[in-house]
Design a protein around this ligand. Structure first.
Ligand SMILES: Cc1ncc(COP(=O)(O)O)c(C=O)c1O
Length: 310
């Protein structure tokens, strides 16, 4: 089942978690940046018992880490990972993690907000049970919809829930009745966004997925080559992590805040958008989401970065 949830990528995240989690469920979440942290927050609000698998910012979640965590959880219901952690650019390979989750009897959930359309996302091959994305990143569409996919196993979990879905607006058991024979009204779909997404997908299809992945990779490599001398811890990150969207920029010796101001004014002069970095990296790293290959999108990400960095 695949359809666009009304709302941005965070609505997609919340949609997947509220529909699949019931209070008391054991959930394992990979945390290597802002969006893994956000998933933990949402899952806890659903009443889940969350075990975090943590990696440093810019690092990926390694299969061994997940294997170790799975040994400590009696009945894991769900393993959730951010495919491309936008706050650092780290792209965690998903296939082995999915395999481990399934062997432990858990569903596997993948955040593809920044990866869908920009690099291979092989939902069927990797056997991902729940996926959400956002329209405004590598699909080059305005923000406002969150494409989601549920596997038959995820749909079955929904059918056998004992409690009501915690969110009325995102309750799939109600939303799906709208497109069933019964046609029971739920909420007004943001129909202009549906047209926008249709157009964006047509453009993706015209370009061709592989050509699109190649374009994003090329832009990533060009950005990295140009910034290599200035990149922080990132020499290691660059070597190890296969990603082609974001890069981290090391602050100069001067204070992070004055560096931020200088960089912001340079960015303004270049009519680019400058954000303050996210969470632990606020005012220390640049979080430029070069998702479209044209530099920061100035999208919701940047606003949330600014909020997080206050
Ligand atoms: C990896 C990831 N997950 C979730 C989100 C949340 O999406 P949105 O800002 O569209 O609500 C973002 C936004 O940048 C993201 O990059």
């Amino acid at each position: 089942m695949t359809f666009p949830v009304s709302g941005t990528g965070s609505a997609g995240m919340e949609f997947c978690l509220v529909n699949l989690i019931e209070p008391g469920d054991e959930v394992i979440i990979g945390v290597n940046g802002v969006f893994g942290t956000r998933m933990v927050e949402v899952a806890e609000r659903c009443g889940a018992k969350v075990m975090k698998v943590e990696a440093g910012w810019g690092r990926i979640i390694e299969p061994q880490q997940l294997a170790d965590a799975l040994k400590k959880v009696a009945r894991p219901k769900l393993v959730a990972i951010v495919h491309a952690e936008t706050s650092t650019g780290a792209l965690t390979p998903a296939e082995d993690l999915s395999d481990l989750a399934h062997k432990a009897g858990a569903l596997f959930l993948l955040d593809t907000v920044t990866s869908l359309g920009g690099c291979p996302v092989k939902i069927d091959d990797w056997q991902v049970d729940a996926v959400y994305s956002g329209t405004q990143k590598c699909l080059s569409c305005p923000p406002g919809l969150a494409p989601v996919t549920f596997s038959p196993a995820a749909q079955e979990i929904l059918r056998t829930r004992k409690s009501k879905v915690q969110s009325w607006y995102l309750d799939l058991t109600m939303i799906e009745k709208y497109w069933s024979e019964e046609r029971i009204y739920h909420h007004t779909a943001p129909i202009s966004m549906n047209y926008a997404l249709r157009e964006a997908l047509t453009i993706v299809s015209d370009e061709g997925l592989e050509a699109r992945w190649h374009r994003h990779e090329l832009n990533h490599r060009a950005l990295v080559a140009g910034r290599r001398k200035r990149l922080s811890a990132s020499r290691d990150i660059l070597e190890r992590v296969e990603t082609w969207r974001s890069s981290a920029k090391k602050p100069r010796r001067s204070s992070p805040i004055s560096q931020h101001r200088r960089s912001a004014s340079r960015a303004r002069a270049a009519t680019a958008h400058w954000s303050g970095g996210c969470g632990a990296a606020a005012r220390r790293w640049c979080c430029c989401t070069a998702a479209t290959g044209r530099g920061c999108t100035g999208s919701a990400t940047s606003r949330s970065c600014r909020a997080a960095s206050r």
